[in-house]
Design a protein around this ligand. Structure first.
Ligand code: OXD
Ligand code: MN
Length: 584
């Protein structure tokens, strides 16, 4: 089936171990996708939505114990424990292989083994990387076609280049005690068993494009980041691209396809990606980004005409929904979509409010990026797009202002490294707890955070036109718990400030923690935000920041001697300048 001997041998070895009934090499064609879907409709893995209002769209209900990423079951297996760092769970590669071999033995009996060749990034991009996922899940094979460049063209590239990431996945028995997601960065290999959830099972996404790629990127001198990529074009036709890191389920998809507010006639958003950016230093000294993905695996709840009309439009056809609720007439439904009452909840039970939300809070849609109205052809450019600004954002009820500009790259790396956010339903565990999530990469950095921050600093030193670095917080609340900022499309007002700063066309208020907007520089025309709210959003409280800097100090020291001294020095500088501000 392939001229690549290593691939042919590996498929044979896996088949011997897992004992599938059949082997199918995916070509990525429409006919193949249709056959996969027909099989899943037959087996009940997919339910057909109303074909009149939602053509070629399906609902998948996952096992109720398998609805989110499971960070406590996710491991990085490097020969030296310290290389994985305190930010990862570590297992010795030999122990991990022994454990996984036992779990995979006979795991595919009675099932089809799909060989899924895929390419992360435009097929003709030198920055793209290929992989092959072996899986016994038709849902995974079909979703990989939507989320990546999957099939024969990817296989051809693998045959030309030779190298590829080996991803082995089986649903196993879906038992949480026999669920593991193992990464072997030194072998460019991933093994995942016991989960059909996207983040654990679509191995091109988090496992390859972030955990394995971040490791590869460090060796090869680039960055693999948990970032959306978007272009913003002003009425004069000036187009700037930005990359923005937010933790899971904090609005990256909404921001990537933002619809400008009414007052912003003539502004246009170009969507390049909503979750992952691979960043390279160009020959011109600028930072260039590609989106390795080809689709969106987005969070459904909260998506509505008001928050993301582009998403609502793109979800009208050719979409697989996972764990959403259903209306009487078989349309997908989730909290925040409309005022309707659904008929069935995400587990297929008649909807009863006493059972909790109708749609699972981490219910998802899987859809081709080409269905999004704001999708840009630039996403197909082999060179990627040049980045003018990098944004770090978190969900913080207090402390962090609406927007803050780093003084320079090193300060920006500190802002990224000290990012914190309230946890969401994208991972199992308690939601709403503030945790540090450096660069939104806590669950995804495949190596020691200390080395990762050094790599960020080293990358900055190679840029002679480095993007500005910013921190944003759309989630500040008042004493009553109400949001101070309207968010969504109105965030363009903050992005405009950022782009004005990048072009040097406006000033800023310099403070020890970074540069803040001058009074009146965030355009509020037509917006109902009180004077007092905007003041709270663009001010810093020195004592709260002094406490924050103490906590950042302990946090950084928790990563031991691999943390670059430059990052400690930068933090010390901020802390010292804050002391100079006096007692307030
Ligand atoms: C995602 C996540 O699915 O970050 O993108 O969990
Ligand atoms: Mn994500």
């Amino acid at each position: 089936m392939t001229s690549n001997q290593a691939l042919a041998d590996w498929v044979r070895e896996v088949a011997t171990l897992t004992q599938p009934e059949k082997i199918h090499w995916c070509d990525g064609s429409q006919a193949e996708y249709d056959t996969l879907v027909a099989g899943m409709l037959d087996s009940g893995t997919l339910l057909q939505l109303d074909p009149k209002t939602r053509p070629r769209s399906y609902l998948h209900r996952s096992d109720p114990s398998d609805v989110a990423r499971t960070e406590h079951l996710t491991f990085v297996c490097t020969s030296r424990r310290d290389d994985a760092g305190p930010n990862n769970q570590w297992m010795d590669p030999a122990d991990a292989h022994a454990k996984m071999n036992a779990l995979f033995a006979g795991a595919m009996r009675g099932r089809t083994l799909y060989v899924v060749p895929y390419c992360m990034g435009p097929l003709d991009s030198p920055f793209a990387r290929c992989g092959v996922e072996i899986t016994d899940s038709a849902y995974v094979a079909a979703s990989m076609r939507t989320m990546t460049r999957m099939g024969t063209p990817a296989l051809k590239r693998i045959e030309r280049e030779g190298s590829f990431v080996k991803g082995l996945h089986s649903l196993g028995d879906l038992h949480p005690e026999r669920r593991f997601i193992m990464h072997f960065p030194q072998e460019l290999a991933i093994q995942s068993i016991g989960s059909g959830y996207g983040g654990n099972a679509l191995l091109g996404k988090k496992c390859h494009a972030l955990r394995i790629a971040s490791h590869q990127a460090r060796q090869e001198g680039w960055l693999a980041e948990h970032m959306l990529i978007m272009g913003i074009e002003d009425p004069q036709g000036r187009l700037h691209y930005i990359a923005a890191a937010f933790p899971s389920a904090c609005g990256k998809t909404n921001m990537a396809m933002l619809i400008p507010p009414q007052e912003y006639q003539g502004w246009k958003v170009h969507t390049i990606g909503d979750d992952i950016a691979w960043l390279h230093v160009g020959d011109d000294g600028r930072l260039w980004a590609i989106n390795p993905e080809a689709g969106f695996f987005g969070v459904a709840p909260g998506t509505s005409r008001h928050t993301n009309a582009n998403a609502v439009d793109m979800l009208q056809h050719d979409t697989i929904f996972t764990n959403v609720a259903l209306t009487e007439d078989r349309r997908p439904w989730w909290e925040g979509l409309s005022d309707e009452t659904p008929a069935l909840d995400w587990q297929g039970r008649p909807y009863q409010p006493a059972n909790g939300p109708a749609a699972h809070p981490n219910s998802r849609f899987t859809v081709s990026a080409r269905q999004c109205k704001s999708w840009s052809d630039a996403a197909e450019r082999p060179s990627g797009v040049p980045i003018s600004a990098i944004i770090f954002g978190g969900r913080r009820a207090s402390l962090v202002p609406l927007v803050l500009e780093a003084r320079n790259w090193r300060h920006g790396v500190l802002l990224g490294a000290s990012m914190a956010s309230e946890t969401t339903a994208a991972a199992t565990g308690k939601t709403g707890v503030v945790r540090r999530d450096p660069m939104a990469m806590k669950p995804f950095c495949g190596y020691h955070f200390g080395d990762y921050w050094s790599h960020w600093l080293a990358t900055g030193a190679r840029l002679n036109k480095a993007p500005g670095i910013y921190q944003v917080n759309w989630f500040r609340r008042d004493a009553q718990g109400r949001f101070l900022w309207p968010g969504f499309g109105e965030n363009l007002r903050v992005l405009k400030w950022i782009l004005d700063r990048c072009q040097g066309s406006i000033g800023a208020h310099e403070t020890p923690v970074g540069n803040l907007p001058l009074h009146g520089d965030i355009d509020l025309s037509g917006l109902d935000v009180s004077h007092d709210h905007i003041r709270q959003l663009t001010e810093i409280e020195p004592q709260a920041w002094r406490d924050e800097m103490d906590q950042v100090n302990s946090f950084l020291h928790g990563f031991g001697p691999r943390v670059p001294q430059a990052l400690h020095d930068e933090r010390e500088q901020v802390a010292q300048d804050l002391r100079g501000l006096g007692a307030t």
